[in-house]
Design a binder for this molecule. Structure first.
Ligand code: F6P
Length: 471
């Protein structure tokens, strides 16, 4: 078994010190770590991630620590401590919003034309990437043969830094978010876009969730660097898989069953669900507006239908995200004020991080609305149908990467079309039971067929094939 270094900004677990001074770990947030956590079952993994709490910074100073996954699999965890101001510039100015907004087609939301992006890049993004590269280089001293799997938009520069010191290193990158065409990259100073693309081309292999994002990568490498052929040769499509058995186990756990019982006792006759982060790319405002449209045209549904919106508060130190959260809270209030009354609240908006509550709601929805403006994949659309108990219907944006995988079993929406989204919700309610069953079974078959082991094996195989060709 070749050792693997998994390198991501978020760690698979968060570490804190509780009131009694004991070390306490909690599940790491976000889709990326859920998808990658199964790697530790089958590989000798050292996971390298940013320290974001005092306890994690203390662990970073001590080097790597032995950990166990949820199923007891051992792995090593190495936290990287960063200068706090460098990390702020990295996370709050460059990664989110700048890179996130460019890659999700949201640049119009960027409200700070005065910001010194090039300075934040130099003092934040490059500094944090250099700290990751230094940690990886140290790990490679111990295990020169290890495959290095860099993850996501936080770490575009680190691979080139490692390559410079270790030309023979085996480096892979996986981009979990959309890749825009060359025109969209032009909102950034050209020198910065060049660094992004050069960093990725320093890898032996670069993975994407969909052919659409991979093709855009080849095109932007061709236009920006004249290196389209290299990009075509190193890139591959390998949509991340869902840990189906892990999710089913969580859905059957006592904690989730208890939450589900509460939900069943209080649920409306027809439950429309959305589960997201409060991220502008997820398009909750348009989703709430569409639900309002539906209520406007269907008085017969009043009092019988409800939308449950479970939104994880995300990146709340960044003004654009705070503004978006205010906008979605405002829209939910508007719909509730227009249509609610007599004990009926049309949109039940809960902004908190509540994983067991989300899985309980996955069991109970009749319609699941996933309408992002653009999304690398979208795991909610793939996970929730696996455990749903009501043959619920998926209403899915054509702009989610998951569309390529499971779109044929969903009802399609164009995310900017609010009336069209209301049409799709209405159609979902009218589907015959047999048709609902056919659709959800189709999604389940597709998602189960592509398991997490196969995803990891394909990543390692792509890396091995390309790095062997180079050496
Ligand atoms: O790929 C997108 C991602 O990195 C996922 O891990 C997750 O959905 C989200 O972004 C997490 O963002 P943050 O670490 O900023 O909370």
């Amino acid at each position: 078994m070749r050792p693997l270094l998994v390198v991501s900004n978020r760690a698979p677990v968060g570490v804190d010190v509780d009131a009694d001074g004991n070390r306490a770990t909690r599940r790491g947030a976000g889709g990326l770590v859920s998808a990658l956590r199964p790697l530790i079952r089958d590989h000798a993994v050292t996971w390298v991630a940013s320290a974001t709490t005092d306890a994690e910074r203390a662990l970073a100073a001590a080097g790597s620590v032995d950990q166990q996954g949820e199923d007891g699999s051992p792995y090593r965890l190495r936290f990287v401590a960063h200068d706090l101001e460098a990390y702020r510039l990295f996370y709050e100015v460059v990664a989110n919003p700048a890179l996130w907004f460019v890659q999700h087609g949201l640049w119009r939301l960027k409200h700070d034309p005065e910001a010194d992006l090039a300075g934040a890049w130099r003092d934040g993004y490059t500094t944090v990437n250099a700290a990751f590269a230094a940690a990886v280089l140290q790990e490679l001293e111990q295990a020169p043969d290890a495959g290095v799997l860099f993850q996501d938009y936080h770490l575009y520069e680190a691979p080139a830094m490692v390559r410079e010191e270790r030309p023979e290193a085996r480096l892979a990158h996986f981009v979990h978010i959309p890749w825009p065409g060359p025109g969209e990259w032009s909102v950034l100073p050209r020198a910065l876009s060049v660094r992004v693309h050069e960093g990725l081309l320093a890898c032996d292999s670069v993975g994407f969730h969909t052919e659409r994002w991979r093709r855009a990568f080849v095109e932007s490498c061709a236009v920006l660097l004249g290196r389209g052929d290299e990009a075509a040769a190193c890139s591959h499509v390998n949509p991340v898989a869902v840990d189906a058995s892990g999710l089913e186990a969580v859905a059957g756990s006592a904690a989730v069953k208890e939450r589900e019982a509460d939900l069943v006792a209080a649920r409306p006759e027809i439950l429309v669900l959305r589960v997201d982060r409060t991220d502008p790319s997820k398009n909750a405002v348009a989703g709430f507006a569409a639900f309002g449209h539906l209520l406007g045209r269907r008085p017969d549904l009043h009092g019988r239908i409800g939308m449950l919106a479970l939104l994880d508060p995300s990146r709340q130190a960044i003004p654009e995200y705070v503004r978006y959260r205010e906008a979605l809270e405002h829209e939910a209030r508007r719909v509730n004020a227009s249509f609610g009354g007599a004990g009926w609240v049309p949109i039940d908006l809960r902004v908190r991080d509540d994983f067991p509550g989300s899985v309980a709601a996955y069991r109970q929805y009749d319609v699941l609305l996933v309408n992002p403006l653009r999304d690398g994949l979208n795991l909610v659309a793939m996970e929730a149908p696996l455990v749903n108990a009501r043959n619920g219907v998926l209403v899915l944006s054509r702009e989610a990467g998951a569309w390529e995988e499971i779109g044929r079993w969903a009802l399609a929406v164009d995310p900017s079309d609010v009336a069209g989204t209301a049409d799709a919700l209405e159609q979902a309610l009218a589907l015959a039971p047999a048709e609902r069953r056919r659709r959800i079974e189709g999604i389940r078959r597709r998602v189960r067929a592509h398991d997490t082991r196969a995803w990891a094996a394909a990543e390692v195989a792509a890396l091995d094939a390309r790095s062997t060709m180079r050496s």
